[in-house]
Design a protein around this ligand. Structure first.
Ligand SMILES: Cc1ncc(COP(=O)(O)O)c(C=O)c1O
Length: 414
């Protein structure tokens, strides 16, 4: 008898089905996890990869170049996930690292502008642009639509002769609408405007194909849907732009090297890497690379087209169930703006972790009691789904919401 039978867990090399994938997350035995918009949970294969890294460190059994093969491997796998060439991907730290890298690399001229909907962006994709105002950049802020989503037409109309870059989230962190990257990509490409995407909410969960979406830059950490660790991420940069971008920071990985001698300085007259590696800086977060390399294997095996289909079906079921309970989710349950994110309550009725809505706050407290993991962002109750979720999770969440609403109505909620 194998230990897998004893623990009733799937073997590490079993073919990966959605339910086998689910079985690898210990956190799911303790709670109904609907909070991927906040942070990842750890799959035991990812944990095993990090332990392999630690074992190698402990025994000093591998040198740095050998460790860095995991960085190269993770880069290749992320490129495959997004259907682009590996050379277009840089290993970075997080979204902020990627957005700031692009902000400092574009050759701004006085009077240039950046178009964005600050109301729909995470602060880490606003501060980098506010910083550039000190260098003469103008920010063109476009209002969201009344439903809280990004107004694609208004963003395109805001482009003028001075626009160098537009930035959007692939799905907003709240309310959670998905953004039509194809429409924006086409419009930006025609006008030679750099389309930079903060992709952390959708990477690994929604299907992306940069050859169709025509984005010029895409920054993500692996700490949400890519199911890795904090402090590691990827930056995609389209080959169309690379020669026009000068990295703000420079160290060995970003420079063409004529030898493998890592400690010898090359020519003073250096050349940037001809690809996205020009945005890599110094030593890598190797634990993060081992983790991402392992999680990407599973995401590739499941396939993001399948993951998206699975997750959107669950989101539609959750949406419909909430409507039956008299709630009105902010993101539609079907159509192009639907995502893996389901939010309840009015945007900005409260803030990070609290709501001023007389139903949302006690309902959230009830869901915490019932171990339904979720978050409150911008005052909205927020749920996020991934490939490991199933119908039973949606049933548990709906039953907890039903019970919570009854308690609130009867005045017995805490
Ligand atoms: C849309 C979005 N962008 C960025 C971040 C975080 O940025 P970083 O990866 O730089 O920490 C979050 C985190 O919640 C987010 O939801």
């Amino acid at each position: 008898m194998t230990s897998n039978v004893l623990t009733s867990e799937p073997a590490l090399d079993a073919p990966l089905t959605f339910s086998a994938f689910r079985g690898g997350f210990p956190a799911l035995r303790a709670q109904t996890y609907l909070s991927i918009c906040d942070k990842m949970i750890l799959h035991r294969r990812v944990r095993a990869a990090v332990e392999e890294f630690l074992d190698r460190l402990e025994m000093a059994s591998v040198n740095r170049v050998q460790h860095e093969q995991r960085v190269a491997s993770a880069r290749r796998k992320f490129a495959r996930l997004m259907n682009v060439a590996p050379e277009t991907i840089a290993a970075i730290r997080n979204v902020s690292d990627g957005t700031n890298s692009i902000a400092w690399a574009l050759p701004w001229k006085a009077g240039d502008n950046v178009v964005l909907t600050s109301d729909c962006e995470h602060p880490n994709n606003i501060y980098p642009w506010l910083r550039q105002r000190r260098r003469g950049l103008e920010l063109r802020v476009v209002d969201p639509l009344p439903d809280g989503s990004i107004d694609i037409d208004a963003l395109i109309s805001a482009i003028d002769g001075g626009t160098r870059l537009m930035t959007v989230a692939s799905a907003t962190f709240a309310p959670g609408h998905r953004t039509d990257l194809r429409a924006l990509g086409e419009a930006c490409r025609k006008r030679d405007v750099f389309l930079l995407v903060d992709g952390v909410q959708t990477a690994g969960i929604m299907h992306h194909d940069f050859s169709i979406e025509m984005v010029d830059g895409f920054a993500t950490s692996v700490s949400k849907g890519l199911l890795g660790l904090y402090g590691f991420g990827f930056l995609y940069v389209s080959p169309k732009w690379i020669e026009r971008l000068e990295p703000a920071y420079l160290s060995r990985p970003a420079v063409v090297q004529k030898t493998d001698d890592h400690s010898t300085m090359g020519e003073f007259d250096y050349e940037y890497q001809p690809d996205s590696r020009r945005f890599e800086v110094g030593s890598f977060n190797l634990a993060g690379a081992y983790a991402a390399d392992a999680s990407l294997d599973m995401l590739l095996e499941l396939g993001t087209e399948n993951i998206e289909k699975h997750v959107l079906q669950l989101a539609a079921k959750f949406h419909d169930g909430l409507c039956e309970l008299g709630m009105t989710p902010a993101v539609p349950g079907r159509g192009p703006k639907q995502s893996h994110i389901v939010t309840l309550g009015l945007i900005n009725a409260g803030g990070h972790g609290f709501s001023t809505d007389p139903t949302i706050q006690p309902l959230s407290e009830h869901l915490v009691e019932r171990k339904i993991a979720h978050t409150i962002r911008r005052g909205q109750m927020r749920f996020g789904l991934h490939a490991y979720n199933n119908d039973a999770d949606i049933d548990s969440a709906l039953s907890a919401v039903r019970e919570g609403l009854q308690r609130i109505k009867s005045g017995s909620a805490s």
